[in-house]
Design a binder for this molecule. Sequence first.
Ligand code: SF4
Length: 328
Amino acid sequence: MKKKIPRATDLGGDAGGEPNPAQSPGSAADAVPDHVQIQTITGCNGACIFCPNGKTRRKIPLGQRMAPDLFHSIVDQCLELGIRRYSVYLMNEPMLDQDLPRRVAYISTRIQKPQYVKVTSHGGLLTESMAKGLLDAGLDKLKISVQSLNPETYRNIMGLRLDRTLQNIDRFLEIKQRGGYKLPRMEIVMVDSVQTRDEIADIRRYWHQRGIKLYVEPVENRADQAGIRKTAVGAEKLRAFSWCRRLMEQIYILYDGRMVQCCADWEQQSIMGDLRTERLADVWYGPRYRQYRRRFAAGDVHGMICEDCRKQRPQHKKSLREEVPKVR
Ligand code: SF4
């Protein structure tokens, strides 16, 4: 019988939060998974300067889709494991997958609170039909990455058109309101970079007026990804992760069923298992994962991709999350 340990979420930790005193190396090895990210299609049509997409040394095939049977088997195994958060994206733009609403529906019809299903996207492909599909599919949370409200800065950072994204968001909110849908809750996310820090107050006001919560995330070097060393410039100095929920409680599955250590592993250097031939529980509680978690908790990361992984330290919790009175 595995010993149940507190999840980092219970303790208010985050991906790069402070050391978690409840987790000794031994108990970290037994950590219980809480989140899953599933890549149902590869690639992204954006070009964010802080994202390794299109800049990896390893050639990543574009437009490769996860087979429905594999997807269903993964979700079923996650349900058995008691996973709470289902994120239908990983190192990609999930709306490239026309089957996204069907995938979301497969999850939403099988979970119950506090479980939820979430999509994070750049919003440029949030067409009318995708919007209706996701609303009908029972999506719980839709997070859109909007890095600036200045069209030129936005294009320079993301390689996309701001007017199109904002129109997509407005249309989505309109369809949602007209159809009387309660969910998904929409959130906006941006990165606190040298390019955007001065705009954050105005951007926050803009979304606040629409009753939408803005999240400001720290810049990361994605396990020291060479392609973004010069462009992912934080507004503050980047520091080593003192604790990492990604390793301790999150599962990351590529389109072909392979499991990577975390969403920073764009070069696929740290493959933890392969769900075409292995069971998810066997991989998560298997010797490799257990050893990695134990070593991270002991501060022994030499040779792991964590060794050079850095992120900007959030200034304080309030600067990351702003409570707004009414959320659509
Ligand atoms: S490389 Fe290690 S420290 Fe960095 S995000 Fe992944 S698990 Fe966390």
